[in-house]
Design a protein around this ligand. Structure first.
Ligand code: UD1
Length: 419
């Protein structure tokens, strides 16, 4: 089993380039089921993306990933299509459930494994199924699989989501794209990754309009010509490296290949804490934070502060003056990094949905265990700022979503070794 060994308290300097967004690439890959030929650029080379590609191959699409150029070419010849997403692929990557909408709308049936629970909470798919049923799908759950059918095709309808879900909005969008007539979806997630999916679907021929949290989709024919798309940057990776810079930049650190306008709430939060950030057109420059101030914050759907940066922010808050509070409002069990951070010396107390963080505290290296993707990277940040050596176990979580993490940090003078 691989481990990361981090020698802490090394100041960071230099530049980091941000990769393509994993969470945007996954639904766009699922959307390629609807197309004939696509070429997608800026593909992040991470485990979840490889799993999704494996799933597309299983379904019968032809994929060719050029790793050095980070481009994938996908061809759907529309023959020998397997409308099945097996357990072995969906269990490791929940986003596998996103093939349900496109398979159902194009091939009128799909059998997709239920993703099951995961470490950060139960993560049901009831909202995905609610939307598909509204669009006319007949759905049964049998032997751990979702069996969905729409013999006469899906029909446009009105869908009002009872609560906001990124995945359910994506699945519904993908299904409604080829549903007859018009679909109006209210209370949708409007994360930048969903906007990227809409841009991709429009290239495919879709007529989609967005107003606030309402999405209007009109039936359109899919274009047969080749679609070329470049995936948006990974705003969570950017947020993670902005926090690393705030903790450890020698002078400042430049983070490239981003659009700062998209992460306004994250930048506002860091500025409120006292971090100096200079926004440029396609980069941000972050200085090490001095005399940082406490903050109270709640995670929310976009444009609010993202749950995917909660664990990383918590590490920064162990280093600020005073008592900060983070309320986790999206997932019920997303504080699993807390016991590990406490083993490194952090003073954090959990009260219901809220973590109370006392700072500043000196962190010291320890052997710790990664529990989920974002928790893992928070332990890397803690290891970077801690005295002595930190050993991080269970790296497969980290490898699901962070491309070349140790290479990127080591190129900025961090001392991280994978063994
Ligand atoms: C996506 C992101 C994940 C991020 C999350 C919230 C991807 C691949 N993953 O996950 O990184 O943390 O958005 O920003 O893009 N829920 C239900 N029923 C459903 C679906 C969701 O109750 O059918 C609940 C979830 O348990 C959770 C909340 O809704 O409490 C939000 O989840 P959702 O937005 O769906 O997250 P994902 O799409 O799974």
């Amino acid at each position: 089993m691989q481990k990361l060994i981090i020698k802490g308290r090394k100041e960071l300097s230099g530049k980091i380039s941000i990769s393509g967004s994993k969470n945007a690439t996954l639904p766009i890959l699922a959307a390629s089921i609807l197309a004939s030929k696509v070429s997608i650029k800026n593909i992040p080379l991470v485990k979840d993306i490889f799993t999704m590609i494996e799933l597309l191959n299983f379904i019968g699409l032809k994929t060719k990933l050029n790793k050095s150029k980070k481009i994938i070419e996908i061809i759907n010849k529309n023959t020998k299509i397997n409308t099945l997403a097996p357990y072995k692929l969906v269990k490791t990557m929940r986003a596998g459930v996103l093939v349900l909408g496109p398979l159902l709308t194009r091939y009128k049936k799909a059998k997709v494994s239920l993703p099951g629970g995961c470490a950060i909470g139960t993560r049901p798919v009831d909202l995905h199924l609610f939307a598909l049923k509204k669009l006319g799908a007949k759905i049964k759950i049998k032997d751990g699989y979702i069996l969905a059918q729409a013999k006469n095709g899906l029909r446009g309808t009105n869908i009002s989501f009872p609560s906001i879900s990124v995945g359910a909005t994506e699945n519904a969008l993908l299904a409604a794209f080829q549903a007859k007539g018009e679909t109006v979806m209210k209370n949708c997630a409007i994360e930048p990754e969903i906007i990227d999916l809409i841009i991709f679907l429009k290239k495919l021929g879709a007529n989609i309009k967005l107003k606030g949290r309402t999405i209007f989709i009109k039936e359109r024919k899919v274009k047969k010509s080749k679609i070329i798309h470049e995936v948006i940057f990974d705003r969570i990776e950017l947020g993670t490296y902005m926090i690393a810079s705030a903790l450890l930049a020698k002078k400042d650190l430049k983070i490239n290949k981003v659009n700062p306008k998209i992460i306004k709430s994250e930048i506002d939060v860091l500025k409120k804490i006292g971090v100096s950030i200079i926004k440029k057109k396609t980069s941000v420059v972050v200085k090490k934070g001095i005399n940082l101030k406490k903050i109270n914050i709640t995670t929310k759907p976009y444009p609010g502060f993202p749950t995917d940066l909660q664990a990383q922010l918590m590490v920064l808050l162990t280093q600020v003056n005073g008592i900060s509070k983070i309320k986790e409002n999206i997932f019920e069990n997303r504080f699993m990094h807390v016991p590990e951070l406490k083993r490194m010396g952090a003073q954090i107390e959990i009260k219901g949905k809220t973590a109370i963080i006392k700072g500043p505290t000196k962190l010291t290296g320890a052997e710790v265990m990664a529990t989920d993707l974002r928790a893992s990277v928070s332990l890397v940040l803690a290891g970077l700022v801690a005295e002595n050596r930190t050993i991080i176990n269970r790296l497969y979580h980290l490898d699901r979503g962070y491309e070349f993490l140790e290479n990127k940090l080591n190129s900025c003078q961090a001392k991280i070794k994978r063994i």
